[in-house]
Design a protein around this ligand. Sequence first.
Ligand SMILES: Cc1cc2nc3c(=O)[nH]c(=O)nc-3n(C[C@H](O)[C@H](O)[C@H](O)COP(=O)(O)OP(=O)(O)OC[C@H]3O[C@@H](n4cnc5c(N)ncnc54)[C@H](O)[C@@H]3O)c2cc1C
Ligand code: FES
Length: 258
Amino acid sequence: MFEILSNKRVGPKIYHLVLSYEQLPQNPEPGQFFNIKVAKKSSSDPLLRRPFSLFDFDEADKKIEFVYRVVGRGTEILSESKTGEKLDVLGPLGNPFSLKDRKGLVHLIGGGMGIAPLYYLSKKLRNSIQKVFLGAGTYEELEFFSKKFKGLDLDVHLAAMEEKLEIKGSALVLWLNYLQQETPNFVYSCGPEKMLAAVEKECLKNNIGGELSVEKRMGCGIGVCLSCSCQSKNEENKNKRACVEGPVFGMGEVVIGE
Ligand SMILES: Cc1cc2nc3c(=O)[nH]c(=O)nc-3n(C[C@H](O)[C@H](O)[C@H](O)COP(=O)(O)OP(=O)(O)OC[C@H]3O[C@@H](n4cnc5c(N)ncnc54)[C@H](O)[C@@H]3O)c2cc1C
Ligand code: FES
């Protein structure tokens, strides 16, 4: 069982959930996710667990953190959960971002709640020079993330549909501007599928390696129901499950945004 240490609102409909745990099957890695049972103890509605990316992990204090947006019934129930309540959480699940020997200039591009999995990744990418590109509808949606990334002393760039930021537009538009000036050694991205498809296209065109985390709708989260299938680009007629072979895929590995 996991206990809620805090579950605070940090933006419009955005919550920061901090849980303590007694034991995990293994330490989670950046890009992995946890499947949380959001239904209250006495209820089985909603039946399905909800997947959330690991935002941060602290082994010494035995804490895992998430940032989520309230979009429907499950996240609404979760947002009403209070400090001290217990949660049924399954994980870590899925294929993480690769970190091995990642050196040189690395670009991280996050759109909306797709920013969440990039923070713990950033903390683990110690041997790289990182540039972070974050986008959302408004600055209020970015504020919490921006402070966290800046707290790591990183070069952070922000975009929203507001005049007051570096660019009025998406994280993609912001990143494309920088891509004209410099070529990163590697790109990590998570966000809306259209954004991921455009990031992938640019990376493949410019021969830049990278990885994308896709947020498919999930049923079981453990590879059984096949509701999260993604079509493989390389192996004909072979599908890959976002919950097992993903959610992190290499550039050009699966069909994205169609
Ligand atoms: C691997 C993975 C990691 C995720 N990490 C995060 C995270 O860190 N923070 C976060 O806020 N969200 C994350 N999500 C999305 C999150 O799981 C959903 O928002 C949540 O399950 C919605 O539950 P609900 O009951 O509130 O909404 P529902 O009532 O089930 O749906 C409400 C609306 O949200 C849409 N929706 C639901 N799930 C998804 C999805 N997976 N992708 C796109 N649209 C969806 C539905 O189409 C519907 O319009 C992640 C999803 C996956 C697959
Ligand atoms: S969610 Fe069931 S197989 Fe992936």
